[in-house]
Design a protein around this ligand. Structure first.
Ligand SMILES: [Zn+2]
Length: 286
């Protein structure tokens, strides 16, 4: 009597022998067989966001913390990545197919809980130190910047991540987080085609000759922040919660002043970003 194992073997043998687009491929899962239907257009990537972080501790501590079970990320970039064949070596801590625990309570646009659909990259950096009134931020190393640039580009391309969905931890959890901080080189990365950045001419158009520091309507600014993706309530009041969100926005797009006060320049940048990334352009019907 022919066993089912024989039959499965035969199926797989046939599919291997005749492996061209027309013939089905079978995967033996042990207790059942899955017939692959190729080229199904009804699918997209599960990964929609790329989230950038700093660890706030040293190399050894970062690796230990991110592999001890409470928090994790997909990748960790050391202070000075080693070179092998002239390529920087980074730690791969969690398989990209798996969920890493880096975002925590978070929201961006209509998506909440960003651990689900994101890749998280942690960078070894001490963050900041408060010296009296002054907050001093620690710079990233040039090796880290060149490494993250190639990594981010690769991940964005592989998953087709949209520019506005390349974010910092502070963008998606502004009440709790300030990483990757104002020294993260968003502007430099944008020049290499990584992440969102407004067009200068559009910013000038929306600034409309105003002084950059001119105060603006708070409720309108809150509405614009929400439209771009930030989680914020439209209270019309510059309360501490609003200030944190404004500061998170400024750390990403206007790092020269991150006090969290809405002003004309921030408003113009925000409007230019919405124009570029959040408005669906509808072609007029001829
Ligand atoms: Zn973080």
């Amino acid at each position: 009597m022919r066993s089912s194992r024989y039959y499965i073997g035969l199926l797989i043998a046939i599919s291997l022998l005749t492996s061209c687009a027309k013939h089905p491929v079978f995967i033996d899962r042990g207790s059942y067989i899955a017939q692959v239907v190729p080229d199904n257009p009804g699918q997209d990537n599960r990964v929609k966001f790329l989230v950038m972080h700093y660890t706030a501790i040293d190399d050894e501590g970062s690796l230990k913390t991110l592999t001890s079970g409470n928090v994790s990320s997909h990748y960790l970039i050391p202070t000075k990545p080693k070179l092998v064949d002239n390529k920087p070596v980074v730690y791969y801590l969690v398989n990209e197919d798996k969920r890493a625990w880096h975002a925590g309570l978070s929201q961006w646009g209509n998506s909440a809980g960003l651990n689900d659909g994101s890749i998280g990259i942690e960078i070894v950096n001490y963050g900041y130190e408060d010296r009296g009134e002054l907050r001093e931020w620690f710079p990233y190393t040039s090796e880290q910047i060149s490494t993250i640039a190639v990594m981010m580009k690769d991940i964005i391309q592989r998953y087709g991540i949209e520019p506005q969905n390349v974010v910092g931890h502070s963008d998606i959890a502004p009440q709790r987080k300030v990483d990757p901080g104002p020294l993260f080189p968003w502007d430099e990365l944008a020049k290499r085609g990584i992440g969102a950045w407004p067009d200068e001419e559009t910013v000038a158009f929306y600034l409309a000759g105003r002084e950059t520091s001119e105060p603006v309507d708070i409720a309108n600014f809150q509405t614009l922040l929400a439209k771009y993706g930030y989680q914020i309530s439209i209270s019309g009041v510059l309360d501490p919660e609003t200030q944190k969100v404004v500061s998170a926005f400024q750390m990403h797009f206007r790092a020269s002043d991150i006090k969290g006060i809405p002003d004309a320049q921030s408003e113009a940048i925000l409007m230019a970003l919405i124009d570029k990334y959040r408005t669906k352009w509808i072609q007029p019907v001829m």
